[in-house]
Design a protein around this ligand. Structure first.
Ligand SMILES: *Cc1c(COP(=O)(O)O)cnc(C)c1O
Length: 439
C-alpha cells in the first residue's frame, strides 16, 4: 500500500487518504510517494486505443492504493477528465496541448475536480461540516469553486484580492452561489494567503468544523495532473507516425512547478519524453538555480502571466526529490528559462499574425521557450502546455486585438449576478464568517 513521507522527513508516513485530508505534513514539508510506480507492459500494449478515463484510472491507482474502492475511483477519474485535451499543431515543430476546455478554462480544473471528489468520499462519514478555504490570485479559486460546486457536506470559502483578478476570473468565482462563498478582500494576494493560513491554525474554528485548504501542494491536486501528459502522447504518436523513436520535448509554463513536476513524475513512471523545459516569466529563481546551483531569496514581481508570479516555487522540492537531490541529474532532464513581458507580448502578436493562433500570456511564455530550444536542437520537436484560455486575461485583447472565440461558458457568466462579500484584510472579519458557517 502506497505511503507518503514528508520531504522534511520529520512527520509520520501516511496513506493517500490522510495525505489528502491533511494537505501538508506538520513539519511543513510536502507529501511525496515512497515509491514511484512503473507502468506495466499491459498499460502500454493497448495504449493508443485506451480511453481517457481508463488511462487516468491506471495511472492514479497505485498512488491511491486501497483508500478508495476501484469502482468509485474509476467514477472519480471519469468525472475529472470529462472534457477535451487536444494537441494542436501550430508550426511544423511546435504543437500545443490545450488544457483550457474544462469548466473554468484552465488546467487547474483537473486537479480541483479530482481533489474535490476525493475529499467528498473521504469525509462522507464525518459528523462535522467540511469547510474548504482557499486564497486565489485568479485561476485557482475558480477551479476549486467549480470542482466543489454543489458537493454535499462541503462549504467552500474563497478569498481573492479586490480589483486584482480579471473580469472573467471574478465572474467564475462569484456567480456560482450555493455552497460557494466568495470573499473580496481589501488587500493583495499575500493578505488573502495570510488570512487563510491564520484560519487554518485557529483551534477555536477547528473545534467546530473540519477546516482544510485546497492548496496546490495537496497530493490529490498534484498527482492527477499527470493524466494529460498521457493524452498528449497518444495524440503525438498519431500525429508523428514515422517518429515513433522521436520523443517530444515538453515545455511547461511554470509558477509553483506543480504541473511540470507531475509531468516529470509521469516520465519516471514510463512516459517517453526527450526533455522538459520549465518556462518562467521574470520570476526566475529556478532558471538561476539551474545555472548556479544556488537558490536565491527574492520577492515576486508582477508580470503579464500573473498565475506564475511566484518567488519560491513550493513544488520544486518534489522535483529535487524525484532526482534524489542530485542537481546534475536534474539538469540533464530539465532546462529552465525566464521570458520577459516584452518577449511574451511580442510572441502573442507574432503567433497570431503568422499562425492565427491566440495565445494567453502563460502559453506565450511556453511557446517562446520551446521555439528557442528547438532552434538550438533542430532535429527535435515538441509541445507546450497552453495552461489557460486567452479570454481569462484582460491583457490579451489589448496586446493581440482579440481574445479569440468566446467560449459558451463565458457568455453564460455575464448573465449571472455577482455574489461576494467584501471584507477588510483582518482576521476578525473572516473568523466571524467561518463561525457563522459552522451551524
Ligand atoms: C497556476 C497556473 C500556472 C502555473 O502552474 P504551476 O503548477 O504553479 O507551475 C500556469 N498557467 C496558468 C494559467 C495557471 O493558472
Amino acid at each position: 500500500m502506497m505511503q507518503y513521507f514528508s520531504t522534511n522527513r520529520k512527520s509520520a508516513h501516511v496513506n493517500f487518504r490522510e495525505a489528502t485530508l491533511k494537505g501538508q505534513p506538520d513539519d511543513k514539508g510536502l507529501y511525496f510517494p515512497e515509491q514511484i510506480p512503473t507502468l506495466s507492459d499491459d498499460f502500454w500494449r493497448d495504449f493508443s486505443t485506451k480511453s481517457k478515463e481508463q488511462i487516468a484510472f491506471e495511472v492514479i491507482k497505485p498512488f491511491v492504493g486501497k483508500t478508495i474502492d476501484e469502482e468509485t475511483l474509476f467514477r472519480i477519474c471519469a468525472e475529472t477528465v470529462n472534457f477535451d485535451f487536444p494537441l494542436v499543431k501550430i508550426t511544423e515543430n511546435v504543437s500545443t496541448l490545450e488544457l483550457f476546455h474544462g469548466a473554468t478554462l484552465a488546467f487547474k480544473d483537473v486537479g480541483a475536480r479530482f481533489m474535490s471528489r476525493c475529499l467528498r468520499y473521504f469525509s462522507r462519514e464525518k459528523s462535522e461540516k467540511t469547510i474548504v478555504i482557499v486564497a486565489t490570485s485568479g485561476d485557482t479559486g475558480g477551479a476549486v469553486a467549480n470542482g466543489f460546486y454543489d458537493v454535499e457536506g462541503v462549504e467552500v470559502v474563497i478569498l481573492y484580492p479586490q480589483g486584482k483578478v480579471s473580469e472573467v476570473q471574478e465572474l467564475q468565482l462569484t456567480t456560482l452561489g450555493k455552497n460557494i462563498s466568495a470573499l473580496e478582500v481589501k488587500g493583495n494576494f499575500d493578505d488573502c494567503q495570510t488570512l487563510t493560513k491564520t484560519a487554518l491554525a485557529d483551534s477555536e474554528v477547528k473545534q467546530k468544523v473540519f477546516l482544510t485548504s485546497a492548496n496546490s501542494i495537496n497530493v490529490a491536486r498534484w498527482l492527477p495532473q499527470q493524466f494529460y501528459y498521457f493524452y498528449a502522447l497518444q495524440q503525438w504518436q498519431i500525429q508523428n507516425p514515422k517518429s515513433k523513436i522521436q520523443n517530444p520535448v515538453i515545455c511547461v509554463p511554470s509558477g509553483n512547478f506543480g504541473n511540470i513536476c507531475a509531468g516529470i513524475l509521469a516520465h519516471i513512471s514510463g512516459l517517453p519524453c526527450e526533455k522538459f523545459i520549465a518556462a518562467t516569466n521574470a520570476n526566475d529563481v529556478i532558471p538561476k538555480f539551474l545555472e548556479s546551483g544556488k537558490m536565491e531569496q527574492k520577492s515576486s514581481v508582477p508580470t503579464l502571466s500573473n498565475a506564475m508570479d511566484v518567488a519560491n516555487p513550493s513544488n520544486f522540492v518534489r522535483i529535487l526529490e524525484i532526482f534524489g537531490q542530485d542537481y546534475l541529474n536534474l539538469k540533464e532532464k530539465m532546462e529552465a528559462v525566464s521570458i520577459s513581458d516584452d518577449t511574451t507580448a511580442e510572441t502573442m502578436r507574432e503567433v497570431f499574425q503568422k499562425y492565427e493562433y491566440v495565445l494567453d500570456p502563460h502559453g506565450a511564455v511556453g511557446f517562446y521557450a520551446l521555439e528557442k530550444y528547438l532552434e538550438k536542437n533542430p532535429v527535435q520537436k515538441g509541445f507546450f502546455l497552453e495552461t489557460a484560455h486567452p479570454v481569462k486575461f484582460d491583457s490579451v485583447e489589448k496586446i493581440v486585438g482579440t481574445h479569440g472565440e468566446t467560449p459558451e461558458s463565458v457568455k453564460d457568466l455575464f448573465s449571472r449576478p455577482k455574489q461576494s462579500v467584501e471584507i477588510e484584510a483582518n482576521y476578525e472579519d473572516l473568523k466571524e464568517i467561518l463561525l457563522q458557517k459552522c451551524f
